[in-house]
Design a protein around this ligand. Structure first.
Ligand code: FES
Ligand code: FES
Length: 397
């Protein structure tokens, strides 16, 4: 259990929570604040939106333990708020709700827009509310309600508040909340140990992965060529989307950064990896570890590869065994299937880039800029694969 001090609706609260408890569950189950609704519980629908340190946030993907020292305002805390009162009246006037399930989250996002927007620009309002889904009313009445409140306030000479008064803009977890001694401890607790060795390079220890799965791909180059390429760390890093080296690599050691985006959460894992290779078996192993300070997550990963000759040695089947352990906030949302999907896509992109490198097609042109691996693109990729399978199956009938 983790002890937290949290301010909810201007009242101080102390609690002992399980590290995996979401803020929404904590508020609903421990403080009986059921105005915060839960819809998707995946950070997609916006029903659970509330304010953390004045910033709209998804409470279904925010850990209560991460809010130690934070100031939280739920819909109940806006009962007497001037702007929320005006928006509620406008919602009633403009028929902007039916079942009301989305309404608490919608009101909190709308209030943020009323505070911030210079004028009642419909496009900006639609954009600002795009993270809040309504399954029954439709958005016309909602947009009309928000527009009318902004127009009325600007006509009364009430100016927008830049950034809604926030000192920093950014997703929750980007250090906007007050840091307490305990949150510092929590932050350190999830960081994976990178012990400094005598030679000042971090030592990457072995570990037992929580999850292991396999991938493979084939490439039109001989095992010798592929094995030689795998020894060129810079070239391999250039083939991996989202990866950037942060130090001079050696044959046995590399330090770098990998950026990942899963739904609303972005993470940049900074860490180090140990490289082992065995030319006699055409195999190798990379063991790495990294931390993301923003999401307070850490990971350890291991990739084992084996190169198998195919097409009489003209081509190579690359067999991979990927193992990983994940701790911290990302572990709460990174379902195994999502990580597998990410790894499949990463492997496919890696294979394509590798083939380009080996064929020399990338001469003079970088293979790919280091991009983050986007969860939305991953989803689209998954959908595309599903549609393709359905079409293939129906053609076979
Ligand atoms: S419940 Fe859907 S975003 Fe939180
Ligand atoms: S009013 Fe029913 S979901 Fe929005």
């Amino acid at each position: 259990m983790t002890d937290i001090d949290i301010n909810v609706n201007a009242r101080a609260a102390k609690a002992s929570v399980e590290p995996r408890t979401h803020l929404a569950d904590f508020l609903r189950d421990h403080l009986n604040l059921t105005g915060t609704h839960l819809g998707c519980e995946h950070g997609v629908c916006g029903a659970c939106t509330l304010l953390i340190d004045d910033m709209p946030a998804r409470s279904c993907i925010t850990l209560a333990a991460a809010c130690d020292g934070a100031r939280v305002v739920t819909i109940e805390g806006l009962d007497n708020d001037e702007i929320a009162t005006e928006i509620r009246a406008a919602f009633t006037r403009e028929h902007a709700l039916q079942c009301g399930y989305c309404t608490p989250g919608m009101l909190i996002s709308a209030r943020d827009l009323v505070l911030r927007l210079d004028e009642a620009d419909e496009r900006a309002i639609r954009l600002g509310l795009s993270g809040n889904l309504c399954r029954c009313t439709g958005y016309v009445g909602i947009i009309r309600a928000v527009r009318s409140v902004i127009e009325a306030r600007r006509e009364r000479g009430i100016r927008p508040v830049p950034g809604a008064g926030r000192a920093q803009l950014g997703p929750v977890g980007s250090d906007n909340g007050a840091r307490t001694a305990r949150s510092e401890t929590t932050r350190q607790a999830v960081s994976v140990d990178l012990q400094e060795s005598a030679g000042s390079k971090p030592v990457v220890a072995d570990f037992a992965p929580d999850k292991v799965f396999e991938e493979h791909f084939s490439i039109a180059a001989s095992p010798d060529e592929v094995f030689a390429m795998f020894g060129d760390i810079r070239a391999i890093a250039a083939c991996l989307p989202g990866v950037a080296l942060t130090g001079e690599p050696t044959a046995e050691h590399v330090e770098g950064l990998i950026r990942v985006k899963l739904g609303p959460i972005s993470a940049g894992f900074r860490g180090a990896a140990r490289i082992e290779r065995d030319a006699s078996t055409m195999s190798g192993r990379i063991v790495g570890t990294g931390n993301d300070q923003r999401s307070r997550s850490s990971t350890q990963g291991e990739i084992r590869y084996r190169l198998v000759p195919i097409d009489a040695g003209a081509a190579t089947r690359v067999e991979l065994a990927i193992g990983y352990s994940l701790q911290g906030m990302l572990a709460q949302i990174a379902r195994e299937a999502l990580v597998r999907g990410l790894a499949s896509r990463l492997t496919a992109e890696f294979a394509r880039n590798l083939e380009q490198q080996l064929s020399g097609a990338a001469d003079g042109a970088p293979v790919r800029p280091a991009q983050s691996i986007d969860g939305v693109a991953l989803l689209l990729y998954g959908l595309w694969k599903l549609v393709r399978q359905i079409i293939q199956r129906s053609l076979k009938r």
